[in-house]
Design a protein around this ligand. Structure first.
Ligand code: DGJ
Length: 731
């Protein structure tokens, strides 16, 4: 048994805690608030013995048992919570790993070999090496614990030395267990213009699966994140909640299984649907990263954990500032020319934003992109439309004193394009069936390195020819249709996985060469929103639905997992029945942009927008980098309130929205959070329409943080589609 004792400091501590531990190999993965404890059982397999609030005393770790499961007759079963359970073993519930070995045997047993610890930015990486005793199969489970943010990131590597390829039929990123009286799942369903819709249900015996099979626009119907309320429905400010998200821009699957003994196992990973993976000897199959936090104070704290973690360690330029912008998609659609765009750049400057973003419709010559039926793939400026090319656009932006950004959708092709004519074999399409289309387009086969080069070239050519292009909006409007790759030949079942890896190869090359170019991730709205993609993107487009009422819900949903600075929100003409102030105040809780013609605005409305942009820029450190508190839920009331507090607790912003209050409804006070109880804050309504006075009772008054958190403010009104933005400044 001695060989299983590790050299970690922790192990030394545990060993010295009592002679009975000397023979036990316990691996503790700890953040400041959470412990995940694993133990090598007497059979030399690895078990989860604990996941929950941090244990105060090291000595208690020895009281945890690898063998958690008592049989219904009171007998102790030999089944434990195996850390990475495999097919063919005595567990009988959903495994993490399913392998068909080269000889056809479908069982795998993993035994502990050793583990290592190393420091990585922000945390500690623990890698545990496991091995089958009958087959040369190696599995390494990795955990990075980020102590301050209370986040754990985990993924698995699978490799082997069998004589022929082995087939992976299941390959979860991780496996976690819980034993609580109840489990409540909050899921995030979606569709075009209906992203991040939250609903919850109790998990009972059996399985609940959330998965997607869309391939490229993968998160169109559901997003890669979830919450599980442990022992009750998820609440905002109390209760234990698991919040998990998978960094994978393709098909994903979350399996939640409650077993015969009432244990819940959670299996996040790539969706193995139509994706048996033939793993060659010495090839390493690395699963996507699963990122989770456990909060003991509800989802609000869990979100703040993830926001902090994302800004520091994951999101591209997570700690940098963001550019406000004027986009032209909702305003002009495909209908523009150099003159129109030059005028919009001047409008952008007039509005006070940093950048003009040119959307779809600027490319294609043989098949000009006049609508969504042609041109995708031909990334050359349409000469008739924009005779001066991108260079003239960049110059016009410089003349207007704004930056210039540009839209691309480089993974896609219209059959009506020169690219398709030249390279029909670069496209995912069935050789022997009728083709079906989504938005008249097809997906390029990114598993093919030549296609990867081409897609990299789309960005590289633009930036080589026009180094002053300051921003990209990278769109992806189609799921993978007609799944078949001419390149993959007899490896068709790897296409869903290899395609996504191909996208990452391209994105990595872009980031390596252009580390400072910000990019927006877009997928017909918010159908791409995961933390692997966000290593390469500074923000994502939450939804084409910019109706502010719907946006309050959509942003509420995404805010559970993403910091405000990762969420792009634009003021548009969706729902003209609402005021420009309301539309802007809703967008201002995220990364603010506009996508509207200034001719639509009255002089007062324009003046209001200019002031709102200036306020947003001034308050950017508080709203983008502060702690966010979701105070009043639109799901539970006819209002919503969100507060941001800077880390020093000197500045805060309260966004209060009246959605559809009932007649003479009792309006609740809004109790703030996260302030310093001993500081005094001057409270001031901002973003007022020119000439209008604040009707907010607390305006221009000073309150202590203690008062604001215990008594609160009264920003809500009985008006529909109304907003009040309040700035709090410590005196
Ligand atoms: C879908 C995006 O979500 C929109 O913002 C816009 O860029 C269009 N694509 C352009 O085709």
């Amino acid at each position: 048994m001695k060989k299983f004792i590790t050299a970690t400091l922790l192990m030394t501590t545990v060993i010295s805690a009592g002679a009975q531990n000397a023979e036990r190999n316990i691996i503790r993965i700890a953040t400041d608030n959470t412990d995940l404890v694993l133990e090598v059982g007497p059979n030399n397999r690895l078990y989860q013995t604990y996941l929950g609030p941090k244990l105060m005393h090291d000595s208690d770790i020895r009281n945890l048992s690898w063998n958690q499961i008592a049989g219904s007759d009171g007998s102790v079963s030999t089944r434990g919570w195996e850390a990475y359970s495999t097919s063919g073993n005595e567990d009988f519930f959903e495994p993490a790993l399913g392998i068909t070995h080269a000889d056809g045997n479908m069982s795998t047993y993993l035994y502990y070999q050793n583990h290592t610890r190393s420091e990585v930015p922000g945390g500690t990486l623990t890698s545990i090496n496991l091995k089958d005793d009958k087959y040369p199969v190696n599995v390494t489970i990795n955990y990075v614990a980020y102590p301050k943010e209370n986040v754990i990131k985990t993924w698995t590597e699978i490799s082997h030395k069998e004589k022929k390829p082995i087939t992976l039929s299941q390959y979860a990123s991780a496996m976690l267990y819980f034993n609580e009286p109840q489990y409540w799942l909050t899921e995030f369903s979606s569709d075009w213009a209906k992203e991040a819709q939250m609903s919850s249900q109790q998990l009972q015996f059996g399985k609940k699966v959330i998965d997607t099979k869309l391939g490229s626009r993968a998160a169109m119907f559901t997003h890669p994140f979830f919450e599980v309320g442990l022992n009750g429905p998820v609440k905002e400010n109390s209760g234990e909640v698991l919040m998990g998200t998978l960094g994978w821009t393709g098909n994903f699957r979350f399996t939640f299984e409650v077993d015969n003994a009432g244990n819940l196992r959670v299996l996040p990973g790539i969706n193995p649907y139509a994706s048996n993976y033939m793993l060659k000897a010495d090839e390493v199959f690395t699963t996507p990263e699963f990122i989770f936090t456990l909060s003991y104070d509800g989802a609000g704290q869990g979100s703040r954990n993830l926001h902090d973690w994302a800004r520091k360690y994951e999101l591209k330029d997570g700690e940098g500032s963001r550019l406000t912008l004027l986009n032209n998609w909702e305003n002009t659609g495909f209908n523009f020319n150099q003159d129109v765009l030059s005028k919009l750049m001047v409008e952008a400057k007039h509005l006070g934003v940093d950048m003009f973003l040119l959307d779809d419709g600027w490319f294609g010559n043989k098949y000009p992109r006049k609508n969504d039926r042609a041109g995708l793939g031909d990334w050359e400026v349409t000469h008739d439309k924009l005779p001066g090319g991108v260079a003239a656009l960049v110059k016009a932006a410089q003349d207007a004193d704004v930056k210039f950004g540009i839209w691309i959708e480089p993974e896609m092709v219209n059959p009506k394009s020169e690219l398709y004519e030249k390279h029909p074999d670069w496209v995912i399409e069935q050789p022997n069936r009728e083709t079906y289309y989504y938005r008249n387009q097809l997906v390029l086969d990114l598993s093919n390195p030549k296609v990867q080069d081409y897609v990299f070239g789309v960005v590289d050519n633009i930036l080589t020819e026009n180094p002053d292009v300051a921003y990209f909006k990278w769109d992806c409007n189609s799921p993978i249709t007609n799944i078949y790759s001419p390149y993959a030949k007899d490896h068709q079942s790897q296409l869903y996985v290899d395609h996504v890896r191909g996208i990452y190869n391209v994105l990595k090359r872009i980031k390596d060469k252009y580390p400072n170019v910000p990019m927006m991730l877009c997928s017909g709205g918010g159908a791409r929103c995961d933390y692997e993609a966000l290593k390469y993107f500074t923000e994502f487009w939450c939804s084409d639905n910019t109706n502010p009422i719907e946006r309050v819900f959509i942003q509420w949903g995404f805010s559970q997992f993403f910091p405000a600075k990762a969420m792009a929100a634009h003021v548009t003409s969706w729902n003209r029945n609402t005021s420009i102030k309301f539309r802007t105040d809703v967008a201002a809780m995220c990364k603010l942009g506009f996508d509207i013609g200034l001719h639509e605005l009255s002089a007062d409305e324009l003046a209001y927008c200019q002031q709102a942009v200036a306020n947003w820029k001034r308050l950017q450190p508080t709203v983008m980098d502060g702690d966010q508190y979701r105070l009043v839920s639109p799901y539970e009331t006819n209002h919503a309130a969100i507060e941001c507090v800077d880390k020093q607790k000197n500045s805060a912003v309260l966004f209060a929205y009246d959605l559809a209050p009932r007649y003479q409804e009792k309006l609740p006070a809004v109790k703030l959070q996260g302030l310093d109880p001993n500081k005094k804050y001057l409270v001031k309504e901002i973003n007022l329409m020119p000439g209008s006075k604040s009707r907010f009772s607390g305006n221009d008054k000073t309150f202590t943080g203690d008062y604001l958190m215990k008594v609160g403010l009264r920003p809500f009104t009985d008006r529909h589609n109304n907003s009040t933005v309040i700035e709090l400044t410590a005196q």
